[in-house]
Design a protein. Structure first.
Length: 350
């Protein structure tokens, strides 16, 4: 980082304020995504979904316009003109926006500031602040995005949430805003979007809340990273590592007495010793393949024979890679392992 002199900073239009000049700031962040795979029905009169509260201080909305969605999420506190840059990238709607607000205000004491377009611009004033925003992005956002993709997708048409922009801003107790620059990105790839009614979209956003209490940062981190990874090898390894973590976490939540005992249908005449035998078989299942089979039997009721085969195929490829064997990129079962992950998490067929 380049440290500018006081004189250089002032030539940029900033004025230095004393430490006795205190501003109380509440920080928030808006994440903008291009939603690929879903469009509003042609006869839909609405241009946005409902605003859905996903978790504490976090809301989400889908809209035809980023500006419209921003106004819905944060009212008129925040000028959203910079999002108009999206019109230059020719990215088709709809867009999904996620808004998170920190729980406690923070103090800005003095520093370099300037007024511009109704905003307060600061020079490197909060490099160590916005702590809740950083933690939320690292720990909670992957869970939210994973849940949204699971619920908005179908197995035949998985959706993509492609990151387009990120905006961190603050609002003073007097209603003025502090802001930092935003970056709008774009990219193109082929995809098919299926029309959905506004009621259907509202319902799917609401369903996304149910997974938030089930997923953890460690479990879905690899899935989240793989979503927008262009390298197929990294995609495959990310989705497979998700399956591995989710399998182990699901298995650890099962027990022989509560979940597996009835599967064996042990005759009463030999119940005690045989139940002990099968209980040992269950508890001694240490390998990933063994635990995946137990989860398919006891927890994931929507899996079928072809799903077990897809997992075993993916595991064979992963094992080959682990042992240093060469696997051609086109032979990596990326789509199969991603589809299996979505199915296990609860994505519907239609």
């Amino acid at each position: 980082m380049i440290n500018l002199s006081k004189r250089s900073i002032e030539t940029l239009g900033y004025k230095e304020y004393p430490d006795t000049d205190i501003l109380e700031i509440s920080f928030g962040i808006i994440k903008v995504y291009s939603l690929r795979g879903v469009v509003f029905e042609n006869d839909c009169k609405c241009t946005n979904s409902e605003i859905v509260t996903l978790s504490d201080r976090c809301t989400v909305v889908i809209a035809q316009s980023v500006v419209e969605a921003s106004k819905l999420l944060i009212s008129d506190e925040f000028s959203v003109g910079e999002w108009e840059l999206l019109s230059e990238t020719k990215i088709p709607p709809p867009f999904l926006l996620i808004y998170f607000k920190e729980s406690v205000p923070r103090e800005l004491r003095g520093g370099f500031r300037q007024q511009k377009d109704g905003c307060i611009l600061t020079y490197d004033a909060f490099s160590s602040e916005k702590a809740e925003v950083r933690v939320w992005e690292e720990e909670t956002l992957p869970i939210i995005v994973t849940s949204l993709i699971v619920n908005l997708s179908t197995l035949d048409n998985p959706v993509e949430l492609v990151p387009m922009g990120r905006r961190v801003f603050g609002v003073t107790s007097g209603g003025a805003r502090l802001t930092e620059g935003s970056k709008i990105t774009g990219g193109g790839s082929g995809y098919v979007s299926l029309p959905k009614s506004i009621d259907k979209i509202n319902g799917l956003l609401g369903e996304s809340k149910k997974l938030l209490g089930v997923l953890t940062k460690d479990v879905c981190r690899n899935f989240y990273v793989a979503l927008n990874e262009p390298d197929r090898m990294k995609q495959f390894l990310g989705y497979f590592q998700f399956l591995e973590r989710y399998t182990h976490s699901t298995y650890k939540g099962l027990s022989y007495e509560k979940d597996a005992k009835d599967v064996f249908n042990v005759p009463q005449r030999i119940n005690k010793p045989v139940s002990k035998f099968f209980g040992n078989v269950f508890s001694n299942s240490k390998s990933l393949a063994q635990r995946f089979h137990w989860c398919a039997i006891l927890a994931w009721n929507n899996l079928e024979e072809n799903d077990i085969e897809a997992f075993l195929e993916a595991k064979k490829v992963r094992d080959e890679l682990s042992h240093g064997e060469h696997v051609e990129e086109q032979e990596l079962p990326v789509e199969k392992v991603k589809n299996l992950a979505l199915k296990i998490l609860g994505t519907n067929k239609d």
